[in-house]
Design a protein. Structure first.
Length: 249
């Protein structure tokens, strides 16, 4: 595969990933294996993927802001709770050997497929939402930060579940807070990966351009219209990549 073909393919997958990530979650389950298939080892792919996530979420936050969806104080409070976990998770991730990390990634992606078929919580009405932060929210954000710093794949689903169930926020505000939270905890994680030499900046920026474009449009458009189709495509892609990473074929 030529470099031009690889860049185009990565951009397309990154665009889809950014769209899915902002609208729901799980987009990194496409980009992370793709980076591995491009020749990066698991730790470098894990670190490089964070460049795309940061660019994607900056674009999404700006798009939400332009659409008049912004609660900066609450977003910042929730984000800061994730930082200790994110730092610890990133430190653990750079210490894992390549083979073990790929097996963990494969198992996580299969779990993501299973989670897609579980019944979703009903969206709450705007008037029922609360900005009260309970102890369970603190614990949840720490755990989310740890997982996000360690792997990132599927962390959006965790944030959505936490904010919907624990804070009863509706889906638009859940996604708006989600992209802010992920942006904040991804910065220290990226610094740790970069410091340990686990970031390929060329592929990261190429990835980020696609992620940012997808994230921008996802924040502007309703995901509901294409959700069923996206799920089918995502499930098939994740399943094939998971089997490949687990050396099934």
């Amino acid at each position: 595969m030529s470099d031009i073909t690889s860049i185009i393919l990565l951009f397309v997958i990154a665009f889809i990933s950014g769209f899915i990530n902002v609208g729901a979650g799980g987009g990194s389950s496409l980009t992370l294996p793709m980076l591995i298939f491009l020749g990066l080892d698991s730790a470098v792919a894990n670190g490089t993927n964070r460049v795309g996530v940061i660019m994607q979420n900056i674009a999404a936050i700006y798009s939400f802001k332009r659409s008049k969806y912004s609660q900066f104080r609450l977003s910042l409070k929730l984000s800061l709770m994730t930082l200790p976990g994110a730092i610890a998770g990133a430190i653990l991730a750079v210490k894992l050997n390549d083979e073990l990390f790929q097996k963990i990634l494969g198992i996580v992606m299969i779990l993501i497929i299973i989670s897609m078929f579980l019944p979703k919580a009903k969206n709450t009405k705007e008037g029922e939402s609360t900005q009260k932060i309970s102890w369970s929210v603190y614990l949840s954000m720490f755990g989310i930060g740890f997982y996000g710093g360690f792997l990132q794949v599927g962390v959006g689903f965790m944030i959505m579940a936490s904010l919907q169930h624990l804070m009863k926020l509706n889906l638009i505000f859940v996604n708006m807070h989600k992209v802010f939270i992920v942006l904040v905890f991804t910065f220290p994680a990226l610094l740790i990966f970069a410091y340990t030499g686990n970031v390929n900046w060329f592929w990261g920026i190429m990835l980020g351009l696609g992620n940012a474009a997808g994230g921008w449009w996802s924040a502007r458009l309703s995901v509901k219209k294409g959700e069923k189709l996206i799920k089918v495509v995502l499930v098939v892609a994740i399943f094939i990549m998971a089997l490949k990473l687990l050396n099934v074929f």
